[in-house]
Design a protein around this ligand. Structure first.
Ligand code: GLV
Ligand code: GLV
Length: 324
């Protein structure tokens, strides 16, 4: 019997040709809505492999639904949507898509920083709304980026790629991470800081931290109070590392100057979300790695990983190596 592979989102046929050649492949068929949980549970019963999105909760129930499940290929570098411990206990391989999205995500993170600092989105909305009455000295005046201090929380590959961009902008670079990064310190002059020091001193506080029990709600009201009143907070990692109510209050009360957000506690958010009512918030819908090239590369990496596991090879980018 051919292996059955289920993909929880509609993907271009050519990106999964590797799989359709060898296996029985089915995709969720609707462009703009995610596969409902009942569908994923039902498909998991038959599947040897699932290709999942970061918005799919892959918990014990999904992992235990099928006898045949050998691999979960998550279309993301993050894998906080997957119960890794449960997968590992069941001998199910979990793969992610690191490296291929590093530069693309760093581009977006820096774009969000620039847009927030210089109020690009607000300015674009202003001119399209016909509000431009004429040039004036402080019209839509923002904050400088060049020469300022950036503090990067979560110095993984993406963090380092953001730091390289910051260096090009003459920025002083602070970082906080579980482990020291001697290379980044040497090449970029990045300075390791305590979390408290970083949030206190930085002009731009950039979170790229993965979501773990340690990082959940890392950015509390207390943390925003410690930031400079002129600080801009950027989150391109995971939403739940931030207490959103505290962020809202800090922005509204002028504890910090602005925020650029690609991720939120609960996604998708609606237009009525309090953060979207604030003029000093630049919000975008979790598009960090969303260039056409990179998304295609990510999908192909998922396919390669699934094919490897189902044909008895090791996948390229495994998260739980202990399963092998
Ligand atoms: C996106 O957020 C990812 O984890 O790839
Ligand atoms: C991983 O989390 C990375 O930053 O590449």
């Amino acid at each position: 019997m051919k292996h059955y592979v289920y993909i929880t989102r509609k993907l271009p046929e050519e990106t999964i040709a590797d799989l359709t050649e060898l296996f029985d492949v089915k995709m969720w068929d609707h462009e703009d809505v995610p596969a409902p949980r009942e569908v994923i549970l039902k498909e998991a019963e038959k599947a040897s492999a699932l290709i999942t999105m970061l918005s799919d909760k892959v918990d014990e129930e999904v992992l235990s639904a099928g006898e045949n499940l050998k691999v979960i290929a998550n279309l993301a570098v993050g894998f906080d949507n997957i119960d890794l411990e449960a997968a590992t206990r069941r001998g199910i391989i979990v793969t992610n898509t690191p490296d291929v999205l590093t530069e693309t995500t760093a581009d977006l993170t820096f774009a969000l920083l620039m847009a927030s600092a210089r109020r690009i989105v607000e300015a674009a909305e202003y001119i399209k709304a016909g509000k431009w009455g004429g040039w004036s000295p402080y019209l839509l005046a923002g904050h400088d980026v060049y020469g300022k201090k950036i503090g990067i929380v979560g110095m993984g590959k993406i963090g380092e790629a953001v730091a390289r961009r910051a260096k090009g902008f003459g920025m002083e670079i602070l970082y906080h991470n579980r482990s020291r990064k001697p290379e980044a310190e040497k090449e970029l002059g990045a300075v390791y800081s305590s979390f408290e020091d970083l949030v206190t001193k930085s002009d731009f506080v950039v979170s790229l931290a993965p979501l773990t029990p340690e990082t959940k709600n890392l950015f509390t009201a207390d943390v925003f109070t410690k930031m400079k009143k002129s600080a801009i907070f950027i989150n391109a990692g995971r939403g739940p590392v931030v207490d959103e109510q505290a962020l809202y209050d800090a922005l509204k009360d002028g504890e910090i100057a602005g925020a650029g957000l690609d991720v939120f506690e609960k996604e998708p958010i609606s237009a009525e979300h309090p953060l979207l009512q604030l003029p000093n918030v630049t919000a975008i819908p979790h598009i960090g790695s969303a260039s056409t090239e990179t998304r295609t590369t990510m999908i192909k990496l998922c396919s390669t990983n699934v094919k490897a596991v189902l044909t008895g090879d090791n996948p390229k980018t495994i998260v739980n190596k202990e399963v092998l």
